[in-house]
Design a binder for this molecule. Structure first.
Ligand SMILES: [Zn+2]
Ligand SMILES: [Zn+2]
Length: 447
C-alpha cells in the first residue's frame, strides 16, 4: 500500500512537472508578440466602454463576436436571473479530440465608480440614478480579465496540435452584484454544454506587479453574507427620552457589541469580518424615531464559522434589545439575505498542478505564493453545481512594477481594486495573463 502510494505520487510529480514543452513555449511567445498590440487595443476599448452588472449587452456581444471569429461554437445571451430576466452570458466551445473538458471563466461587468485615473482611455460613461449621475468604470479590472480571456481563446485555437480535449470559455455577467454565475449555472451550463473536469479563472491584483502571478491552495476568497437589522423601539419627543425606547441608542450599542464577535468570540486564526456598513435612523433633531436600520456584511471562510457568526449576531441583537426593555412583540427583525456567496476554495491538487504549469511557463521568479483576501466572488459557485468540478483561481499582477517597487520601499499608496484611480499596466499584465492562462489550460489538456 505504502509502496503503491509513493509510486503513484512519484508518477504524479513527473507528470506535473511536464508543463508545456520548451519549443511550444517559444512558439507561444512569438504568437503573443504578434498579437499584443491588438489585445492592448481591445483592452483600451473595453475600458472606455464599461457596462454595469446585468447590462453587459455590448460587452458580451464583443466577446461573442471575437470568439466566433476565432472559430468557437458560441452561444450568447445564455442564462437567467432569479428575477426571470435574461442574462448576457457567453459560452464558447472548442472541441479538439478526446480528453478532458476545461472551463476558463472571465467576468465582464463594471462598477458604479466615476473614473479618476486621467488615462487617455479613461471611461466617460455616466449612468443616471434617482439621486444624480454616477460614473461607470472597470475599477475591478474585468476588462483586463476579458482581454486575457480573448487572447487565451486565440492562442488555444492556434495551437491545437499541443493539446487534446474540449475547451469551454465562459463570459460571465454580473459578478459584482453576484448573480451572474448562478444565472448561467441554473440555466443548465453543465448540462447543455460539455461536462467540466476543471474550471479555472484569474483575477487581477492591485498588490502584485505586472509580470507576476500568484497562487494559493485552499480558501482564497471569503464567503459573504448581507444582514439587515431593524431595531424597533418606541419613538417620541427628543426632550422626553424617558418615555421612549430610543432605537438609535440601542442600535449604537449594538454596533459596538457586534465588534466583540471577531475580537472576543472568534479564534484569531480563523478569518472573520463583521462590518456595519450602513446605519439609518431618524428625521430631525428633536424626534426619537420608532426604528433604526443597520446593514452588515459578514465575511467568513468556512460554513462552520459562518453559522457561528450569524448565530452570534442574532443572539447579541436580541439580547441588547431585551436589556433595553424592548418587549418580545417588538423584538428586532434580523434578515439574512438569501443571495449569499460561499467562500472560494481552490482545489489543492488542481492548484498545485496549475502552479507548476505557471512556473514552467513564466519562470519561478514570476510565480509567487498568493494571499487569500476577505473579498468575495461568485466563482465559488462553479464547484458547487454537479458534477462539482475542482476549481482554481490565481492572481494576475496588474500594478506598474516601478510604482510597486516605490510602494514597497517608500510606503507610497497604490490605488486598489474598486478605487476610482485603479489603473492596471496593460503591458505586461495582458502578456503575462495570456501566457499564464494558455499554459495552464494547455497543461490540463495535454496529450
Ligand atoms: Zn470587484
Ligand atoms: Zn472582480
Amino acid at each position: 500500500m505504502k509502496t503503491r502510494l509513493s509510486c503513484s505520487i512519484g508518477t504524479l510529480t513527473i507528470l506535473l512537472a511536464m508543463g508545456i514543452p520548451a519549443a511550444a513555449q517559444d512558439d507561444l511567445d512569438q504568437r503573443i508578440d504578434s498579437n499584443i498590440n491588438d489585445w492592448v487595443g481591445t483592452y483600451k476599448h473595453l475600458h472606455e466602454h464599461p457596462e454595469l452588472s446585468t447590462e453587459e449587452k455590448e460587452t458580451s456581444a464583443l466577446v461573442a463576436a471575437q470568439l466566433k471569429k476565432i472559430g468557437y461554437e458560441v452561444t450568447d445571451q445564455f442564462g437567467k436571473y432569479d428575477s426571470g430576466n435574461p442574462a448576457y452570458g457567453v459560452v464558447a466551445v472548442l472541441r479538439n479530440g478526446p480528453g478532458p473538458t476545461v472551463y476558463v471563466r472571465t467576468d465582464m461587468d463594471a462598477l458604479p465608480v466615476t473614473e479618476n485615473t486621467g488615462l487617455p482611455y479613461a471611461s466617460k460613461v455616466r449612468e443616471k440614478r434617482p439621486n444624480g449621475e454616477v460614473g461607470v468604470m472597470h475599477a475591478c479590472g474585468h476588462d483586463l480579465h476579458m482581454t486575457v480571456f480573448l487572447g487565451t481563446a486565440k492562442m488555444m485555437a492556434e495551437t491545437k496540435e499541443h493539446w487534446s480535449g474540449t475547451l469551454v470559455l465562459i463570459g460571465q455577467p454580473a459578478e459584482e452584484t453576484v448573480g451572474g454565475a448562478a444565472a448561467m449555472l441554473h440555466a443548465g451550463l453543465y448540462r447543455k454544454f460539455p461536462r467540466p473536469d476543471y474550471v479555472i479563472a484569474l483575477h487581477d491584483s492591485s498588490v502584485l506587479p505586472a509580470g507576476t502571478v500568484a497562487w494559493h491552495a485552499g480558501p482564497m476568497l471569503a464567503g459573504a453574507d448581507s444582514v439587515d437589522i431593524t431595531i424597533r423601539g418606541y419613538g417620541g419627543h427628543g426632550a422626553a427620552p424617558y418615555v421612549t425606547k430610543d432605537p438609535i441608542v440601542i442600535a449604537s450599542e449594538l454596533v459596538m457589541a457586534l465588534q466583540t464577535i471577531v475580537s472576543r468570540e472568534s479564534d484569531p486564526l480563523v478569518p472573520t469580518v463583521v462590518t456595519v456598513g450602513s446605519f439609518h435612523a431618524g428625521t430631525k433633531h428633536n424626534i426619537i424615531p420608532d426604528e433604526a436600520h443597520l446593514q452588515l456584511t459578514v465575511r467568513t471562510m468556512t460554513p462552520a464559522q459562518r453559522e457561528k457568526v450569524l448565530a452570534a449576531i442574532k443572539r447579541i441583537t436580541n439580547g441588547i434589545a431585551e436589556a433595553a426593555g424592548i418587549p418580545p412583540g417588538r423584538a428586532p427583525i434580523i434578515e439574512v439575505a438569501t443571495d449569499n456567496v460561499p467562500a472560494t476554495i481552490n482545489d489543492p491538487v488542481l492548484t498545485q498542478r496549475v502552479a507548476l504549469a505557471l512556473e514552467k511557463s513564466l519562470g519561478k521568479e514570476n510565480v509567487w505564493p498568493g494571499q487569500p483576501i476577505m473579498a468575495s466572488e461568485d466563482f465559488s459557485l462553479f464547484t458547487l453545481e454537479d458534477p462539482k468540478p475542482p476549481i482554481t483561481m490565481f492572481w494576475l499582477g496588474a500594478v506598474d512594477p516601478l510604482k510597486w517597487k516605490e510602494a514597497q520601499e517608500k510606503g507610497t499608496r497604490v490605488p486598489g481594486l474598486h478605487s476610482s484611480e485603479f489603473a492596471p499596466l496593460p503591458e505586461p499584465a495582458i502578456r503575462t495573463g495570456v501566457k499564464a492562462m494558455t499554459s495552464a489550460a494547455t497543461d490540463l489538456l495535454r496529450k
